[in-house]
Design a protein around this ligand. Sequence first.
Ligand code: AOS
Ligand code: ZN
Ligand code: ZN
Ligand code: ZN
Length: 405
Amino acid sequence: MNGQNYTVWEKQQQAKGVDVAWVRERIKAFKVETPSWGYGDSGTRFKVFKQTGVPRNLYEKLDDAAQVHKFTGICPAVAIHIPWDKTDDYGKIIGYAAELGLKIGAVNPNLFQGEEYKFGSLCHVDAKVRQKALDHVLECIEIAKTVNSGIISLWLADGTNYPGQGDFRERKHYLEQALQTVYASLTGDMRLLIEYKVFEPAFYHTDIADWGMSFTLAGKLGEKAQVLVDLGHHSPGVNVEHIVAFLLDEHKIGGFHFNNRKYADDDLIVGTINPYELFLIFNELVAGELDPATAATAAGIAYMIDQSHCIEPKVPAMIRSVLNIQTAHAKALLVNRAALRQARQKNDVLAAENIVREAFETEVKPLLAGIREELGLAPDPMTAYLQSGYEEQKVGRGRDGQGWE
Ligand code: AOS
Ligand code: ZN
Ligand code: ZN
Ligand code: ZN
């Protein structure tokens, strides 16, 4: 769409009651964090397909993350995973990240790969294992302080496979006890985000199985503990946008792990399978931002991607993910909230549904392209990245081996 067509588009939006200047400002302010583990090799439990040119260490992962930021302009932070990204010099990491225009985002403890975690970590029946898991989370909090990160994203693989295997309530008590210690170690405005997941790797029960459990645990801890919503962690059919609105209203939503799934958690590219759901989630978030009662909580939400691309080239897959999120957000900003309110008050079901869907159906590519150009970016980040030659160059940067583990 050329400039003239954009002017027509803008006029149409204004005629619909959309404040385009405000929309542009909100789009410019929106940021999303990418995960270090999304740049490295990953696979399914059946096979890790190694890709050539994948980063071998955190520095190289930051190099790749910097490309995503360079072309999209909205990904200045990178989440890290300990021990995968463990290093003996975090000062050097912060410095290197800063040179690339990046900072370190959420710190993710790993409570699922140790041999001793076969039967659980913070919920394990053996106090020694629980202590080891707790020490690891505390270590991650110290690392977060060192890298100036304000967020610990806690996901437990804890659960059981068979009835009778574990004592649900006893495990819950162990968890609550450990979380008290974790919470007491947070300083300043650090936050603990508690993730839930309906199943996997355990299949009979998961110790933190749904948002209600995360919410309860976070509520007992206090204000610095909030819920982390991973889009892949619900049963099919669950109304995620409703959960988001509910948590927002309770000031208990702290962050997102964006991804997509068809059946279970499989960390596919966000917005590929159900873009309307992603849009509806943003619709609730934008409504929450506009409501003075929830604006502060909405402003504090950490938007993070949690994806592991097994069959796609990693940097382009991440760029696609970021663009899908940005698109959903932009469309949600176009919902005419005054008209929607009126329709709701009249119980005009069809009008209300139409107002929301029409925003989703609105083409936002020219709007986003124009904003990017204003910010000195290429209007089409994916094409620009693919033409930049980085995909080919990174193999030549010594990254000719097959993956890292
Ligand atoms: C696992 O299913 C969760 O989504 C975790 O948030 C995340 O994938 C993990 O911590 C990264 O390894
Ligand atoms: Zn996650
Ligand atoms: Zn997951
Ligand atoms: Zn994940």
